[in-house]
Every structure is written in structure tokens, then in C-alpha cells.
Design a protein around this ligand. Sequence first.
Ligand SMILES: C[S@@+](CC[C@H](N)C(=O)[O-])C[C@H]1O[C@@H](n2cnc3c(N)ncnc32)[C@H](O)[C@@H]1O
Length: 82
Amino acid sequence: MNHRNELGAYYQEHFKTGVGVEVGTQVGLNAEQILREWKGKLFCVDCWSQDSQYEESKARLGAERCIKGNSVKLLKPLKTIH
Ligand SMILES: C[S@@+](CC[C@H](N)C(=O)[O-])C[C@H]1O[C@@H](n2cnc3c(N)ncnc32)[C@H](O)[C@@H]1O
């Protein structure tokens, strides 16, 4: 792999389905790129200190996959999602 834009295709080739978490989504551009290729279930975590970035991510990716909070504190609950 030469570029992170190839991550979605890589996941699709090697994992196909399953659950993944992106920590540090910001406005969702990287997650959007991954979801173009990967058919698994992606959750996106960010503390989103700027509401506008949280709103942009939800609009781009869907609110159901956007989990707002500190990834360290979310570690335990994240282990139970699938
Ligand atoms: C450089 S940006 C990510 C850019 C994005 N992945 C992309 O490629 O478009 C870093 C993001 O990580 C988030 N962040 C940093 N530490 C975090 C943590 N411990 N838990 C949740 N989010 C965190 C920040 O809020 C910020 O939005």
C-alpha cells in the first residue's frame, strides 16, 4: 500500500466484512474514503470539540456511526459493539 486512500480496498480484500473503528475522524474525509470500498461496519470516534466538525461528520457518514468522546474512555464500550 502506498497511500491511505487505498485502505478501503485493502480492508475489502482482506476482511470483507466485520467491524472497524476510526479514531480521530475530524470531518470524516478519511472514513468516507474507506467506506467507498469497504463493506464492513465502520464506527467513527472523535472528541469533536468543534460542533461544526461533529455535524459535518454526521452529515457525511451518518449519525449512527459517529461516536463522540475520548477514545481512551470509550475503549470498554467500544469492545462491546458489533
Ligand atoms: C488530524 S485529525 C484527523 C483527520 C482525519 N482522520 C482525516 O484523515 O481526515 C485528528 C482528530 O483526532 C481527534 N482526537 C485526538 N485524540 C483523540 C482521542 N483521544 N479521542 C478521540 N478523538 C481524538 C481530534 O479531535 C481530531 O479531530
